[in-house]
Design a protein around this ligand. Structure first.
Ligand code: AMP
Length: 226
């Protein structure tokens, strides 16, 4: 934990896009309004209406790292990102049930995945999610060669780089547009609140009401009350 912040200052790590947009109502429920829009501002540290709370904008996969090292006190990250990170140094008190999607295996339409698996074929699988893919195929006893990609996984089967991909699916539109089909559901994904373990002790008084507001607001959303 870096010793650069006073105990009354809180830093929240968020990524742009769905997580930022869907965290805003939870912050509002805690009385916190972010006063600049990350889509139009170039600032990486955004002020809020509370001089003691600031939001940093980082890549989704970097959120756990900022929180782990205490550069942010808390953050919001997808289950996919947390599984890949490993969760070391992080307390994960609340599933916020936001930015929901699923992690799936997908192949080109016409590729008989079930039969390839039955025959014990060695499959080439392209993914950004190495840990999740490795565990999934190991548990099924499927032999795979994993190919690490950083984006546009959907392209890999179309140009012969891989037989299958492991990727996030939300509406399924991206798969359909690229003639791919989902052939295995690996896990449901949603975003969770993560808190630095030292901050949880040292800043409990400041953090606790915010965590409670987040929890109540996310329950309200789930029940369709928000
Ligand atoms: P869709 O076309 O709605 O199924 O969305 C699929 C594309 O959006 C894929 O490229 C995914 O990697 C990405 N995606 C979907 N849901 C999420 C999410 N919750 N977080 C990050 N990326 C996502």
């Amino acid at each position: 934990m870096m010793d650069t912040q006073s105990n009354s200052q809180l830093i929240l790590a968020l990524s742009k896009g769905r997580i930022f947009d869907e965290t805003l109502p939870l912050l509002e429920a805690a009385g916190i309004t972010v006063t600049e829009n990350p889509e139009t501002s170039r600032k990486l540290i955004l002020p809020t209406n509370d001089p003691n709370v600031r939001v940093i904008i980082v890549r989704a996969s970097d959120v756990p790292t900022y929180v782990q090292y205490g550069a942010a006190d808390f953050g919001v990250a997808g289950k996919d990102v947390l599984q890949e990170h490993g969760g070391e140094g992080l307390y994960q008190p609340i599933d916020l049930e936001i930015a929901k999607c699923r992690m799936s295996v997908a192949v080109q339409a016409g590729f008989d995945y079930a039969s390839a698996v039955r025959q014990g074929a060695r499959l080439r699988v392209a993914t950004k999610y190495f840990q999740i893919a490795r565990e999934h195929f190991a548990a099924k006893g499927v032999h795979v060669d994993l190919i690490k990609l950083y984006g546009s996984m959907e392209l890999a089967p179309l140009v012969g780089l891989a037989d299958a991909i492991v990727d996030l699916v939300s509406t399924g539109n991206t798969l359909r547009a690229n003639n791919l089909v989902e052939c295995e559901h690996i896990m449901d994904i949603s975003s969770r609140l993560v808190v630095n373990q030292a901050a949880l002790k040292l800043k409990r008084e400041r953090l606790q009401p915010i965590l409670e507001a987040f929890e109540n607001a996310s329950k309200g959303t789930q029940a369709g009350l928000a």
